[in-house]
Design a protein around this ligand. Structure first.
Ligand code: ATP
Length: 219
């Protein structure tokens, strides 16, 4: 079987080095053929995004430009309605019937998985790879505790030798950056230099896409 394809979804509002470094380390350690960044159009679990979809896509494209193995996939933006990951995975599974697919999630996203639309079906379509994020611990109880017992593996080979169904947890360099905090910084007139790639910072400055928004915490 060919090397797995990593699928990294997010609102990327904006994309930052926490996302990029995590994707890069997973690409290298798991020997993924590629990491596909899938910016979400209409996320189901949160308030509306702040930067328009087209601009978030442009920022992700700028962030990954020139990095071999990094690909931007805009299918969720071309689809109307709420962006459910399970629909995206069904779509990709249709395109890659025999390929190992790995859904890449931060631990915070993984902990919310049981609230996702048709979440159990996700394991029929892909493996789930969980990157440690600062402050988050792997679940040992509840539905995800069971998932860890039934599907957990510590072997990268399992991700290469089957198409779907395993859960793998990988420690990555911890960069305590979140898009929410970045939006807060911009609102307070601070500079994002060294937190996001220069090309992303340029787009944020020239479009002023976050400057006029009051951050969530202060609403
Ligand atoms: P927000 O603060 O707006 O919720 P975010 O920074 O968490 O945004 P998302 O686009 O919601 O970014 O996250 C996309 C994916 O990236 C999720 O799986 C999330 O867990 C992961 N992620 C986000 N920030 C980091 C980080 N600093 N390190 C590792 N993974 C991260």
């Amino acid at each position: 079987m060919s090397e797995p394809i990593g699928l990294f979804g997010g609102t990327f509002d904006p994309v930052h080095y926490g996302h990029l470094r995590t994707a890069f380390e997973l690409w290298q350690t798991l020997r993924l053929a590629q990491v596909r960044f899938l910016p979400t159009a209409n996320p189901p679990h949160r308030e509306a995004t702040l930067a328009p979809a087209e601009l978030r896509l442009q920022m992700v494209r700028a962030a990954v430009a020139g990095q071999s193995g990094f690909v931007v996939d805009d299918r969720e933006m071309r689809r109307s309605g709420i962006s459910y990951s399970v629909d995206t995975l069904l779509d990709l599974r249709g395109e890659y019937p025999d390929r190992s697919l790995c859904l890449l999630l931060g631990m915070d996203a993984f902990l919310g998985l049981p609230n996702w639309h048709r979440w159990q079906q996700i394991f029929e379509l892909a493996h789930v790879v969980v990157a440690h994020r600062p402050g988050w611990k792997a679940p040992i109880t509840g539905p995800l505790g069971e998932v860890m017992v039934d599907r957990g593996t510590g072997s990268v080979r399992d991700l290469h030798q089957s198409r779907a169904g395993r859960v793998y947890v990988q420690a990555v360099t911890q960069l305590e950056i979140s898009s929410t905090d970045l939006r807060q910084l911009i609102y307070s007139g601070r500079d994002l230099r060294y937190l996001v790639p220069d090309a992303v910072r340029e787009l944020i400055v020239t479009t002023g896409c976050y400057a006029q928004h009051q951050p969530e915490a202060q609403r």
